[in-house]
Write a protein that binds this ligand. Structure first.
Ligand code: TRP
Length: 328
């Protein structure tokens, strides 16, 4: 079975956009591939989190992924910093990664521009650490969005270069797995674009009922349809897209008809939408609460994941050391 590995940056809580995007695809992938998921806490050090923040965000992301249905019995989930052999591979890869090519990476240039007072070496070598994450397990596929494509190209370059320098056929070039094509884009509630943390228009899986209601009731609408069967302008189309995701088919049809015959009342639509979003999120929210209050279980999941990942990485590193010329 093909090996799939995915790194998750521990940044904040999961929202509906994440759920219907990456997370739902991950849940399906764990049945079809030999998957490993990890929380990229080393990578997150580039932005200098406090120890308290780092600990909390790792725990949050672990609880939330488990609550969504990542099943550690099918796919180990581990914390990057628990798997030390990856660091050693990071060092080896850095020896053959060149300043010029690292400086040309778009996300590095972007960060260097937006945070000029913190252009650290970790930021520069982000692509080599990411390559080490994947090459340490000789994974076949990496589920990534478009924004990670350049990092994936660097990873393949480092793999090829290692093979060439040492005259071996050791690392295979990991493929980018574009699950985004099948992922559903969830719109935001501010009448435009997609749901996102930075857009400030997100409904989080951990939001309580009152918060969900407040956010939905504030959603942007217009003055209503002015013609029968007219096309829905963006803010209204967005509300219907959300309805499509969380509501029953006849509920959707009811409001669609009401829009088409111009009897719709947006207040009713929003009330229904808030109720259905809440019904969708409630069981996930309860599981998040259960997991995040169960440190013993989280520790056990992470420890078991780390054991599997460490064994896999250590096997690769033993061979890498021999190839490089360490040991007898
Ligand atoms: N760079 C990825 C992101 O920003 C996170 C990540 C780190 C990753 N290491 C990885 C993803 C290895 C896939 C494989 O989302």
């Amino acid at each position: 079975m093909e090996k799939v590995i995915s790194g998750i940056r521990p940044t904040g809580n999961l929202h509906l956009g994440n759920y219907f995007g990456a997370v739902k695809s991950f849940i399906r992938m764990q049945d079809e591939y030999q998957c490993m998921f990890f929380i990229a806490d080393w990578h997150s050090l580039t932005t200098h989190p406090t120890p308290e923040n780092l600990r909390r965000s790792v725990k949050t992301i672990l609880s939330e992924y488990l609550a969504c249905g990542i099943d550690p019995a099918k796919a180990p989930i581990y914390v990057q910093s628990d798997v030390k052999p990856v660091l050693e591979l990071y060092l080896y890869l850095n020896m053959n990664a060149y300043l010029g090519e690292l400086e040309r990476v778009t996300s590095f240039k972007e960060k260097a521009r937006t945070q000029p007072d913190n252009v650290n070496a970790g930021l520069l070598t982000y692509p080599t650490l990411m390559a080490a994450d994947v090459l340490a397990h000789k994974a076949d596929k990496v589920p990534v969005g478009k924004d990670q494509e350049q990092n994936m190209e660097m990873m393949r370059l480092f793999a090829r270069r290692f093979n060439r320098i040492y005259g071996v056929d050791f690392f295979k070039e990991p493929e980018s797995f574009h699950f985004n094509k099948e992922a559903v884009k969830v719109p935001g509630l501010d009448g435009s674009g997609k749901m996102g943390k930075s857009e400030g228009n997100a409904i989080y899986l951990c939001d309580d009922e009152a918060t969900i209601r407040k956010k939905v009731m504030r959603a942007v609408t217009d003055s209503g349809p002015s013609q029968l069967n007219q096309e829905k302008p963006e803010p209204i189309r967005n509300l219907f897209s959300l309805l499509r995701l969380v509501s029953a088919e006849d509920t959707y049809a009811y409001f669609d008809d009401a829009y088409n015959n111009m009897t719709i009342r947006y207040g009713d639509l929003k009330k229904q939408l808030a109720q259905d979003i809440n019904a969708f999120c409630a069981p996930i929210r309860e599981r998040i609460a259960d997991f995040s209050s169960n440190d013993a279980y989280l520790d056990k999941v992470a420890a078991e994941g780390a054991e599997i990942a460490s064994a896999s990485a250590e096997k690769t590193l033993a061979e890498v050391r021999a190839i490089i010329g360490f040991g007898k």
